[in-house]
Design a binder for this molecule. Structure first.
Ligand SMILES: O=C(O)CCC(=O)C(=O)O
Length: 295
């Protein structure tokens, strides 16, 4: 008797093969894409917090002397330190502990995951420091409003708290979903907290959430996410080390001056890379210091 051989169901097989492979879900990336920010994530141990806090305190104590070697010290703070938050860029250039922080895989790993990229480069670092009982605020803003000399907006920010921060001490606040809003105007650093609200499109809903953190924890946010922080009404410091990274597609969009004061001038169209913009992911060793070469 002739045996019948079951024919494979080629149609179903072909259909299965043409479907995209199931991708592994990453809750961190999903939260980042949905809300425009994610956290808290655990980054530093208590002992490491003390090290980084000491490094920040040392730079602040010597800020006037170090200022020419940093990228920037907020001028309004230098002029009115009792009113305006202490804010500077480029601490990694002048302090080894801050340099090691920008390469720390507990910082850059989640940053790369949030952005959904395989490779990541340092853009710059920052410090925001509010002494006890200080009236200074960080007005609501979108980071990319300061970064339009680079494009596209494939940037991510890690805000690492160095002190316990709650609403009383001026923890960070975010507007969920605002990473899908258009770019809002860039306002001065010493503007009132709410200044940007006069510029919100009618369709937007301003419904912020505060994100209290313990020292050593961090949040990550998208470069269009509206965020800000209020005054420090507490008896303790409220300091944050902030790390800003760029993905592989980011290019220079304006070469009228270096992207950061004293950094190498990169031509329009160049990738944001080089000794001032080192690769940090996949994990990389801290690059040698550039401090000696700065004026
Ligand atoms: O720490 C703050 O209050 C502001 C920080 C900030 O603007 C940022 O992380 O991008």
């Amino acid at each position: 008797m002739e045996r019948t051989v079951a024919k494979p169901d080629r149609t179903a097989h072909d259909r299965r093969m043409s479907e995209p492979l199931p991708t592994r879900r990453d809750p961190l990336r999903e939260a980042f894409e949905r809300d425009g920010f994610v956290g808290p994530i655990e980054v530093l141990s208590a002992a490491e917090v003390v090290e980084v806090r000491d490094a920040v305190a040392a730079v602040i104590a010597d800020l006037a002397r170090l200022a020419p070697r940093l990228y920037e010290v907020e001028r309004a703070h230098a002029e009115r330190p009792d009113e305006v938050v202490c804010h500077f860029l480029g601490g990694w250039l002048v302090h080894d502990r801050l340099r090691r922080l920008v390469f720390d895989e507990r910082v850059v790993g989640p940053a790369a995951r949030a952005l959904g990229v395989e490779t990541l480069w340092l853009f710059h670092d920052q410090v925001f420091a509010k002494p006890p009982r200080h009236p200074g605020v960080v007005p609501w803003h979108q980071d990319y409003s300061y970064w339009t000399r680079t494009a596209p907006a494939q940037h991510v920010t890690v805000n690492l708290m160095l002190d316990d921060a709650d609403e009383r001490s001026g923890c960070l606040m975010f507007v969920p979903g605002s990473h899908r809003w258009p770019l809002l105007p860039k306002l001065p650093f010493d503007a009132p907290l709410e200044a940007v609200r006069a510029h919100l499109p009618a369709s937007t809903v301003f419904a912020p959430v505060a994100v209290p953190l313990r020292a050593g924890q961090a949040t990550l946010h998208h470069s269009h996410t509206l965020h800000g922080s209020g005054p420090n009404g507490s008896e303790r410091w409220r300091r944050a080390a902030v790390l800003n990274f760029v993905g592989p597609d980011v290019r220079v969009a304006d070469d009228s001056a270096p992207l950061l004061r004293g950094a190498d001038l990169l031509p329009v169209g160049a990738a944001v890379r080089g000794r001032y913009f080192p690769q940090v992911w996949p994990r990389n060793e801290p690059s040698p210091g550039l401090d000696a070469e700065r004026p």
